[in-house]
Design a protein around this ligand. Structure first.
Ligand code: AMP
Ligand code: MN
Ligand code: MN
Ligand code: MN
Length: 285
């Protein structure tokens, strides 16, 4: 009956685009009743040692984590890795390469915001919110555009700017699905399709994503995530059976001010699926 474990295997710290430190996240997770935790910063494992130590001090079981940006069928898909050796060279080098294009993309986003929307200085403004110089994200742009009074809240920024077709959007080529799944599995981890309900894929493309992911050695999919509603819970629990995947659970918490799902506050996994942590017993710290 391990589906009744309060696992939260997806969240972000200041090492990517969250606003809390790994230590503050560990304490918040503990206070919210989380029993098994993973920090999954975008394209980064720089916070793993801190998160693991903070989890130990808080009495939380811990799985290493990351969330890799992938380009699939022309759109961005996120693949969560859990339980990797976060010092493995394949993973460390792969993630470093994936982060590499962010700086140029950020400058181009800022140029486009000036050219198409007349908003100056967004690169410099966004940098004020960046803790890790290798990880400037659209979230940091969104925070600055709120500060600058361009939008009332970050959600509004993602409706009006920096998304496809809107000012400030710069297409970017991330890792391939094959590489992302490869780095995770080579370093001893389990690859998980993050928040599948969020992607704008056609039914055929979504089928191709799950089929290729499985063929490449992917083993899990997020069923319970902050981005899913009831219909998604049912749909992706079914996909677990159809594709022979384990199910994961993670809030995708970024910030007390911005995130509507807090750490540890999702419903439990349904009884019909295999929890992904059953594949990761030997990897839990
Ligand atoms: P990036 O990796 O720089 O493209 O930034 C992607 C991040 O932007 C995601 O991980 C989310 O944190 C955030 N994001 C994307 N779309 C939205 C949205 N509609 N509302 C709020 N945050 C979003
Ligand atoms: Mn994010
Ligand atoms: Mn994501
Ligand atoms: Mn995330």
């Amino acid at each position: 009956m391990t589906q009744f474990i309060n696992a939260d295997l997806h969240c972000h710290s200041i090492v990517s685009d969250g606003t809390l430190s790994p230590e503050a996240l560990a304490l918040r997770a503990k206070a919210n009743g989380v029993e098994l935790w993973a920090l999954t910063d975008h394209d980064e494992i720089g916070g793993q040692a801190r998160a693991m130590e903070a989890a130990r001090l808080a009495g939380l079981r811990y799985l290493t984590g990351t969330e890799i940006s992938v380009t699939f069928a022309g759109t961005t898909v996120h693949i969560v890795g859990l339980g990797m050796d976060h010092t493995h060279p394949a993973l460390v080098n792969g993630l470093r390469t994936t982060r590499g294009g962010r700086e140029m993309r950020a400058r181009a986003m800022s140029d486009d915001l000036l050219a198409r929307a007349g908003i100056p200085g967004v690169y410099e403004g966004a940098l004020k919110y960046v803790d890790n110089p290798e990880l400037i994200s659209r979230t940091h742009f969104a925070r600055y555009l709120v500060e600058a009074g361009v939008c009332k809240e970050t959600n509004e920024v993602f409706r009006k700017y920096i998304t496809e077709g809107k000012p400030g959007f710069v297409p970017h080529r991330w890792a391939s699905l094959r590489d992302a799944v490869g780095w995770i599995t080579e370093s001893g981890g389990v690859a998980v399709i993050a928040h599948p309900g969020r992607y704008k894929l056609t039914a055929n493309e979504e089928y191709a994503l799950f089929t290729e992911f499985k063929t490449l050695g992917g083993q899990g999919v997020e069923v319970m995530t902050g981005a899913h509603g009831q219909a998604d819970y049912v749909k992706y629990a079914e996909y677990c059976k159809e594709f022979g995947l384990a199910a994961s659970r993670g809030s995708d918490f970024h910030s007390p001010e911005e995130s509507h799902t807090d750490l540890g506050k999702l419903p439990y996994l349904p009884g019909s699926v295999t929890p992904v942590w059953e594949l990761l017993n030997s990897r839990i710290h």
